[in-house]
Design a protein around this ligand. Structure first.
Ligand code: SAM
Length: 466
């Protein structure tokens, strides 16, 4: 499909909530994703301006066959973009040429009415460039295939400057150019400046690196299932967290991963194969219909529940829909599902620890869900104290809610996120959990030694772990 038609279909998909701009752009099959992504984001940024101009110019009335999303993309390109390009461009140019004078006049009139002189000033404050939150580019090293030391060496050889492990968030905030470092808290997480694009990088394409926000690395790190254990990933696709769990298991043990969405599961299968994950059983299905008494799940002691949510914390969502908050009705529906899924997860008989996470900022989907699920468990489960050094905590809406973690661009230099670690109350595993975490967040020297011992064999390495 040509650029403009593909952009229009991505816009329609985002509006119908079939996915984020990024995921729909990547699944569109369009070869040159960068200009496509930029065109979609820019068209969305000017959405209300384009709506006003198109309506006032009567474009859709005059061109009955022109669909609204395509009209927006074309009018963006004509009035605000780079002009028509590519083989399909000429056809659209001819169509819009007939309306060009009227469209330009309506844009000019809009500016006069709003008392502004340039196009950017037509935007709401939140949609202006520079007002979108900027966070570093986080890169998780896939320890199933390589180790941090080798990846660091590789980037150094390619002209990047390594600054060691960061000592504070301030080090991350000031990263620039070709400098990179290791995250101060998370093992195996490299941090590059925000504008670093590694989507076409050979190490990413070979599954040695995962482009995963730091906050989204917290759930697997806090669940930390030991090798050999059985884990359920209840809402798993597209599988970034599943592959992180598999790294903790060192591919030993079992991950039962569920998702309702066949398309997302298909991309998950590709992601897992690329990441060298071999301990995962994928199932297309409703997690709520998975029976806790099924003997297959008798040994499941760890569950990751990262259910569908409003996505109000997602940076791409904040860029794409700066002013849109989820409606109360949508929040009620989502929270209802999240609570059912969490209560269901807590009925698995051998469960010791569960991590609940969302990329939502809404209390209804986060603290409220956790509080109600704990109440319904009648004391069988409790919140585990987690990462005391993490600066952004759960809203104090119930006693203990401060054990939950929140993340945001301002406080933690990440996307907006929420995590709660829930443990079975009678298990004296608080100590063992704290122990596991202490080991994870141990000194760099200890980590280095352990990594060298545990990284996969040389046959699997694009970069042999020396
Ligand atoms: N954990 C994933 C990752 O890190 O890549 C992201 C999960 S996404 C936030 C939520 C997923 O839940 C979606 O892929 C959606 O299809 C799936 N989902 C929604 N309802 C479900 C259900 N009842 N059972 C299983 N999966 C479900």
């Amino acid at each position: 499909m040509a650029l403009y038609a593909t952009a229009a279909s991505v816009l329609a998909g985002v509006e119908e909530r079939r996915g984020s701009v990024r995921s729909l752009v990547y699944s569109s099959g369009f070869q040159n994703v960068k200009p496509l992504y930029a065109l979609v984001c820019e068209t969305r940024r000017f959405d209300t301006v384009l709506d006003a101009v198109i309506t006032r110019a009567g474009l859709l009335r005059a061109e009955k066959k022109l669909r609204p999303h395509l009209a927006k993309v074309l009018v963006y390109e004509l009035l605000l973009g780079k002009g028509f390009q590519g083989s399909g461009g000429g056809r659209w140019k001819a169509l819009l040429d007939r309306h060009q004078a009227r469209l330009k006049a309506e844009l000019a009139r809009l500016k006069v009415q709003r008392g502004v002189s340039c196009n950017e000033d037509l935007l709401e404050a939140g949609a202006k460039p520079g007002s979108a939150p900027q966070v570093p580019r986080y890169v998780r090293v896939n320890t199933l295939k390589t180790c941090s030391d080798d990846v660091v060496d590789y980037f150094k050889r390619k002209g990047f400057f390594y600054q060691g492990r960061a000592s504070s968030l301030e080090d991350l905030r000031t990263l620039e150019g070709k400098h990179f470092l290791l995250d101060p808290l998370l093992p195996e997480l490299l941090v590059f400046p925000a504008q670093t694009d590694l989507h076409e990088h050979p190490l990413y394409l070979a599954g040695h690196l995962l482009l995963q926000d730091k906050a989204s690395c917290l759930p697997a790190m806090l669940l930390a299932p030991p090798p050999g254990s059985h884990v359920i990933d209840a809402c798993a696709a597209p599988g970034n967290k599943t592959s992180h769990l598999a790294a903790f298991l060192k591919n030993q043990g079992k991950i039962f991963a569920f998702d309702l969405d066949a398309k997302r599961l298909a991309s998950m299968a590709t992601l897992l194969a690329r990441a060298g994950v071999s301990c995962c059983e994928l199932a297309e299905g409703d997690f709520l219909a998975v029976s806790p008494s099924d003997p297959r799940y008798a040994q499941v002691q760890y569950i990751l529940l990262d259910p569908s949510c409003s996505g109000s914390g997602m940076l791409s969502r904040q860029l794409e829909e700066p002013a849109k908050a989820p409606s109360q009705e949508r929040l009620r529906t989502l929270a209802g599902f999240q609570l059912r899924a969490l209560c269901h997860a807590l009925t698995f008989p051998a469960l010791k620890r569960l991590v609940y996470s969302t990329c939502s900022l809404c209390q209804e989907e986060n603290e409220d869900v956790v509080q109600r699920a704990l109440e319904e468990s009648s004391g069988a489960f409790r919140l585990a104290p987690t990462l005391p050094s993490w600066p952004h905590r759960g809203l104090k809406t119930f006693p203990g809610a401060e054990h939950c973690l929140r993340a945001s661009p301002e406080a933690t230099l990440t996307g907006g996120f929420f995590v709660a670690v829930i443990e079975r109350a009678e298990v004296s595993s608080l100590a063992s959990h704290a122990e596991a975490l202490a080991q994870l967040i141990s000194s760099p020297a200890t980590r280095r030694k352990k990594r060298r011992k545990t990284a996969a064999g040389p046959g699997q390495h694009l970069l042999p772990c020396s």
